[in-house]
Design a protein around this ligand. Structure first.
Ligand code: ADP
Length: 464
C-alpha cells in the first residue's frame, strides 16, 4: 500500500504530537494526583484542628458553651463534608450533626463516596471518626468527634480542579494535533511540490524532451541535489542526443558523397556516356577506398570507445617515443614549411607503448593538418607533480569557442567542409581521449580561433 508524502508526513506529525501530549498528561496526572492526595490528606488534619480551634474559642469561662456558635460551626463543617459531635466535659451532647439533620449527613457521606468511587473505581473508603479533646490551657472543657469519609476524600471543588486540569490537557492536545496538521501540510508542501515537479520533468525527459529543466527553489539539501542531478541528466541526454543526430548525419553525409559519385560514374558507364577506362575506374576505386576507410574508422571507434580498452603496460621513456614519431613526420612538416620543435628529457611512464604512440601521432597529425604553411608546432615534455605532461602546441587555425567542448566527441569536426579535404572523420580525438583516460591520465585543450591550439596530456609517472 502506498501513501502520499503529504498524508504520511501529516500522520507522523499528528502521531508524534498525540503521543507527546498523551505522555505528558499521563505523567502530569500521576505526579499531580499523588501530590494532590498528599496535600488533601495533610489538609484534612489541618481542617480538623481549625474546627477544634474555632470550637475552643467560642467557649467562655463565665457563660460556658455558646451553643448557637457551635451549631454554626457544625453546619459549616457539615457543608464541607465533616460530621461533628460536640460534647462538654461531662459528656453531655452539645451539638450533634446527625441529630441536627441526619438525612443531610447521610447524603453528604454518600455524595463524597460517590465522588471517590467515580474517580477511582474500586475505591475502598469508609466512614471514620476521630475524637479530639477541647482544652483551654490544661482545663478539659469537652470533646469533638469529627466524622468524615476516609482515609481522605475530594470535595466537589477538588474534583472540579482535577477535571479542569484534564480539560486543559485535552485543549493542549487538540491544539497540538491541529498545529501538527498545519505544520505537516506545510512541510509536505515544501517537499512534495519540488518532488512532483521533478517527476513531471523526468517524465518529459523520458518522453524525449531533453530541453526541459526542473525549476524549483528549496532550502532542503537533498531536494537541491535531486533537481541538480535531474537537470544534469537532462543536459547530458540533450548533449548525447545532439551528438547522436550529428553522428548519423555525419555518417550519412560521409557515405553519400562517395556513393553519389560512384553511382554517377557507374550510370554514365552503363549508359555508354563514358568509356570504362582506367582513369575512371581508378576514380571509382578511390571512392570505394574512402568508404572502406570510413567504415574502418567506425569499427575502430567501437573498439576504443567501450571503456574497456585492454592495456599492454610496460615502462618506457616517453621522450624517446616522441622523438621517434617526430622523425617520421619530419618530411611532412618540411613540405608544408612548418617549424617543428621538441623540448624535453627522459621521462619514464608506465603504459601501453603502442597506444600512447597513437595518442602522440593523432595530436601531431592534427597539428600538421590544421596549421598552415610557415606555422610552428612545438612539443614540450616536462615532469609535473601529478605526472608527465606533454604539450603539443600549434599556430594553426584554432578552434572556435562553441566547437571546443565537442571536439573530443566522436565524428565531431569543427569545420565540416574542410574535413572532406583533410580526410578526417572526427574520431582521432575521441580515441586519443579514451586511451589517455584508460591510463588514468587526462587531456585538455586550449585554443583561440585564428591563433592556434594547445593540447595538454598528463600521463601518470612510473612509481617504483
Ligand atoms: P579529424 O579527423 O577531423 O581531425 P579529430 O577528432 O582528430 O578529427 O579532431 C576533431 C576536430 O577538432 C577536427 O575536425 C578539428 O576541427 C578540430 N581540431 C583538432 N585538432 C586541431 C588543431 N590542432 N587545430 C585546430 N583544430 C583542431
Amino acid at each position: 500500500m502506498s501513501v502520499s508524502l503529504r498524508k504520511k508526513l501529516i500522520l507522523s506529525y499528528v502521531f508524534i504530537a498525540a503521543v507527546c501530549v498523551f505522555l505528558i498528561s499521563v505523567f502530569a496526572n500521576i505526579f499531580l494526583e499523588s501530590q494532590f492526595k498528599k496535600y488533601i490528606i495533610e489538609n484534612q488534619e489541618k481542617k480538623n484542628q481549625e474546627i477544634i480551634g474555632l470550637i475552643m474559642r467560642q467557649y467562655d469561662e463565665d457563660s460556658g458553651w455558646n451553643e448557637e456558635v457551635v451549631q454554626k460551626i457544625g453546619i459549616n463543617a457539615l457543608e464541607n463534608g465533616l460530621i461533628l459531635k460536640v460534647r462538654d466535659a461531662s459528656g453531655r451532647m452539645i451539638w450533634n450533626a446527625r441529630a441536627y439533620n441526619n438525612g443531610m449527613c447521610q447524603q453528604i457521606i454518600e455524595h463524597v463516596s460517590q465522588n471517590m468511587f467515580d474517580r477511582y473505581p474500586g475505591w475502598k473508603g469508609q466512614y471514620v471518626e476521630n475524637t479530639y479533646p477541647v482544652l483551654i490551657g490544661l482545663k478539659h472543657i469537652g470533646s469533638v468527634e469529627v466524622g468524615f469519609y476516609g482515609p481522605f476524600y475530594y470535595t466537589d471543588r477538588d474534583i472540579a480542579f482535577l477535571n479542569t486540569l484534564n480539560k486543559i490537557f485535552m485543549g493542549v492536545g487538540i491544539i497540538s494535533v491541529l498545529t501538527a496538521v498545519i505544520l505537516g501540510s506545510f512541510m509536505a508542501r515544501g517537499l512534495s511540490r519540488p518532488i512532483s515537479k521533478v517527476i513531471k520533468t523526468s517524465e518529459m525527459i523520458s518522453d524525449g524532451n531533453y530541453s526541459v529543466r526542473v525549476d524549483v527553489r528549496s532550502n532542503i539539501d537533498e531536494i537541491k541535489q535531486l533537481t541538480h542531478t535531474i537537470n544534469n541528466l537532462a543536459a547530458t541526454l540533450e548533449k548525447h542526443e545532439k551528438l547522436r543526430k550529428q553522428l548519423t548525419q555525419d555518417i550519412a553525409h560521409e557515405l553519400r558523397t562517395p556513393l553519389t559519385t560512384l553511382q554517377g560514374h557507374m550510370e554514365a558507364m552503363i549508359d555508354g556516356v563514358w568509356d570504362p577506362d582506367e582513369e575512371r575506374l581508378r576514380s571509382c576505386h578511390e571512392e570505394i577506398v574512402r568508404i572502406s576507410r570510413l567504415v574502418g574508422d567506425i569499427e575502430k571507434l567501437t573498439r576504443y570507445d567501450t571503456n574497456n580498452i585492454t592495456l599492454n603496460k610496460t615502462c618506457f621513456d616517453i621522450s624517446q617515443v616522441i622523438r621517434g614519431i617526430m622523425l617520421n613526420f619530419q618530411r611532412d612538416f618540411m613540405e608544408k614549411h612548418i617549424e617543428f620543435r621538441y623540448n624535453g628529457s627522459e621521462q619514464i611512464v608506465e603504459g601501453d607503448r603502442d597506444k600512447i604512440s597513437q595518442v602522440i601521432i593523432n595530436l601531431i597529425s592534427n597539428a600538421l593538418k590544421y596549421t598552415g604553411e610557415g606555422g610552428k608546432v612545438s612539443i614540450i615534455l616536462s615532469r609535473k607533480e601529478n605526472g608527465v605532461e606533454i604539450k603539443i602546441k600549434d599556430t594553426g587555425t584554432g578552434i572556435s569557442e562553441e566547437d571546443l567542448p565537442y571536439i573530443f566527441e566522436r565524428f565531431y569536426r569543427a569545420d565540416k567542409s574542410r574535413n572532406r579535404l583533410t580526410g578526417g572523420a572526427g574520431i582521432g580525438l575521441t580515441i586519443t581521449k579514451s586511451i589517455v583516460e584508460a591510463h588514468g591520465g587526462s587531456i585538455r585543450v586550449n585554443s583561440k580561433l585564428g591563433e592556434g591550439t594547445e593540447f595538454t596530456v598528463i600521463l601518470p609517472i612510473y612509481r617504483k
